[in-house]
Design a protein around this ligand. Structure first.
Ligand SMILES: NC(=O)c1ccc[n+]([C@@H]2O[C@H](COP(=O)([O-])OP(=O)(O)OC[C@H]3O[C@@H](n4cnc5c(N)ncnc54)[C@H](O)[C@@H]3O)[C@@H](O)[C@H]2O)c1
Length: 267
């Protein structure tokens, strides 16, 4: 264990993984702990949160697991209060929850559109609303929002609500960064490019004839030749959450193997 986040208290929403292996939120929670943070692992799926917390405690770190639904303010507030009670403060807020519903306005149901809004953007609102007062009590903190390269690029998939809500996450990050710049809270977001996580096998693979075709096509789109991993996102998050980034706020950082430098047009 290293100490880039030694003594910090982190709360990670979406700290589980939607399938076996390493999702972005699970890797971030474990990576924060490996750098010395105590981590509250929050997920809709309690077993998934507990699995992440168990990895952290097995490695000698400190972790809690709670179930909460980021679309329900009361449940977010309850786990934020429990985290602050247990650890004494909250220094790092990591907003990882996001959903991809395929389709343009014609194909998307109103329910799917609203769910995208509530999950991708509403989660940032609710978690920030609940955590910021705790951060201010401790003199400040760092917010890391997980957006997507889709916030600024057409990525080849017809997911209208995803593009729109992730773009909103970027500007919500800027709004948080500017409002709290003088009060010690930094806010940044990460825009993952094409990442090989369990999520893509559930939410993206329908766009391809087979999983093998999906992996090959996604790898081919990345200038560096391969999709990233959840650890690439987690490593960027450690930096943005740490004091090494103390002069960095309001940034939307692509972590994408160079894809944002290209015309971005996949097959
Ligand atoms: N994999 C990629 O290629 C890629 C690319 C760009 C952005 N992203 C972003 O990364 C994030 C997800 O990454 P991941 O790999 O950890 O996904 P994941 O699906 O593996 O994990 C997300 C976790 O969030 C939990 N969750 C879902 N709904 C919830 C709710 N209402 N309340 C609380 N928890 C809830 C799930 O149970 C799951 O454990 C999303 O914001 C996604 O948009 C991923």
């Amino acid at each position: 264990m290293a100490d880039r986040l030694k003594g910090k208290i982190a709360i990670v929403f979406g700290a589980g993984s939607s399938g076996p292996g390493w999702g972005n939120g699970k890797a971030a929670a474990v990576a924060y702990a490996r750098e010395g943070a105590s981590v509250a692992c929050i997920d809709l799926n309690l077993a998934a949160a507990e699995e992440t917390a168990a990895i952290i405690t097995r490695e000698g770190g400190k972790a809690l697991a709670f179930a909460a639904n980021v679309t329900d303010l009361a449940s977010v507030e309850a786990c934020v209060a429990a985290t602050a009670r247990h650890f004494g403060r909250i220094d790092i807020l990591h907003n990882n929850v996001g959903v991809t519903h395929m389709g343009g306005p014609v194909e998307l149901s109103e329910e799917q559109f609203n769910a995208s809004l509530q999950l991708n953007l509403g989660s940032v609102y609710r978690c920030a609303k609940a955590v910021i007062p705790e951060m201010l009590k401790g003199g400040g903190g760092a917010i890391v929002n997980i957006s997507s390269l889709a916030a600024i690029r057409w990525t080849g998939y017809p997911y209208f609500a995803y593009y729109a809500t992730k773009a909103a996450v970027n500007q919500a990050t800027v709004a948080l960064a500017m409002q709290y710049a003088k009060r010690g809270i930094r806010a940044n977001c990460i825009m993952p490019g094409l990442i090989d996580t369990p999520l893509i096998y559930k939410q993206i693979s329908s766009q391809y004839a087979s999983v093998e075709e999906m992996v090959a096509a996604r790898d081919a789109q990345v200038p560096m030749g391969k999709m990233g991993t959840a650890w690439d996102i987690a490593n960027a998050a450690i930096f943005l959450a740490s004091d090494e980034a103390k002069f960095i706020t309001g940034v939307c950082l692509p972590v994408d193997g160079g894809q944002s430098c290209t015309a971005g047009l996949p097959g």
